[in-house]
Write a protein that binds this ligand. Sequence first.
Ligand code: HEM
Length: 493
Amino acid sequence: MDPSVETLLTVLVIFCSFYILFYISKQGKGKGKALPGPRPLPIIGNLHMLGRLPHRSLYHLAKKHGPIMSIRLGSVPTVVVSSPPVAEMFLKTHDVVFASRPKVQVLQSIYNGKKGIAFTELGPYWRSVRKFCNQQLFNASKIESFAPSRKEVLAHFIESLKEAAVAKEVVNISKKVGDLNEKMTLKMILGPVKKYEEFNLKDLIGELTYLAGAFNLADFVPFLGAFDLQGLKARTRTLGEKLDKALEMIINDHQQQKQDDFVGMMLTELNKQMNPDGDIMDRNSIKAITIDMIVASLDTSAATLEWALSELIRHPSVMRKFQQELESVIGKRMVEESDLPKLEYLDMVVRETLRLHPIAPLLVPRESMEDIVIDGCYIPKKSRVLVNVWTIGRDPNVWSSNVEEFFPERFINSNIELHGHDFELIPFGSGRRVCPGKKLGLITVKLILAQLVHCFDWELPSGMSPNELDMTENFGTSVPRKTNLCAKPIYRM
Ligand code: HEM
């Protein structure tokens, strides 16, 4: 949470101090026992307890109050889930009750927050869009059809790193990997993006990612919405207009010349009825879904890659073992996507990275659709649900005492996989809202990581030793490194 938000919170606490000191909800009295949790303050509830890295603060609170805990974020009753069995109860047993999303105030000025997929409430529209995305955009053959384009972009990237290696340059890996992932992903979603440079799409997306992840007090203290104290609503409105212009041009281009990227696929459905409830795939749907895809795909894969490479640099013996696997399975050539299933150690490295560094440590917030009693405890309708996968990845009952250690070997003979059915490891979520881009994200992460490690050794700048590498996190729509990862590539092929 940034300092201005903390100041606002402090002012609010003082301003509201004449309210009753301790506010205890009467809601649901008699329907079940209350969930354990820290006592909320009037108006702000437990917001002041979240700190700058809410997943870590909630981890400590769960240690005290247990794996199913109630907090109040402003006026929003919130349940925090922190163990695999409880996650299974919410995301599998009662998934249908918890598969909606809460309204995010700033996103209301982008197609009313209703036309996309990631933040859209559960209902016939979301179901139809999701079905279309699963069947048409994320099917295996569609993803594979973009393999040659990924290969081409990656080859250029490796060439540029080779030049940096010859010049003995320190490379900003975070930035380079971010740009590479962006090129790969945008080509698949929008087609050739060079044409749209006049709109500075990169900056627009950066601004959107910032706004979507910003901590907006009005989401939790609704009467503040009208004042827009943080200016986020106004910023999103301006951004929405710019994005709309860019997307209009992208759609027009696609209408003039047929393309088989995501936008092109969606246009084949333009103005068609999607379901018996009369929902139509109109231009705004296509624009909103496109925006969601871009936001959901860019930071996620890039942040996972920078964490993976950071851990490998910090653990030279793991790096060496991974390089040995690449030498024996691949030899001297480039890694191809078809090689990925043969790289077992790579798979363990990625699972271990996502266990320790889930880039959406609280998943994307869910909202309950009805009152429900779970484990004898009453959870009112419209409660927010945060699944703390960061805490679940550190559960000593599952991962033994070395939970904080980066140790890919823990997955040898383990049947804990990333598909969303093993609740010990759910960095892509689970149930109806599970990440539809999981397969694509994993291919991107594995392919780039394998290539970076196969072609280069990595040396930290200024004689820094591996254990001195800063691993501080930054909290937003995703949780990347706070500082850029910089290192010197040394070509080894
Ligand atoms: C390493 C890469 C990625 C990670 C770790 C990741 C993680 C997640 C998580 C945790 C969620 C929320 C799941 C839940 O609520 O249960 C999610 C949702 C989503 N992801 Fe991903 N994601 C990744 C890559 C991608 C990519 C590449 C795309 C698309 C091109 C994508 C598209 C989406 C969409 C559209 C949603 C919203 C789904 C819905 O609400 O129905 N993701 N992702």
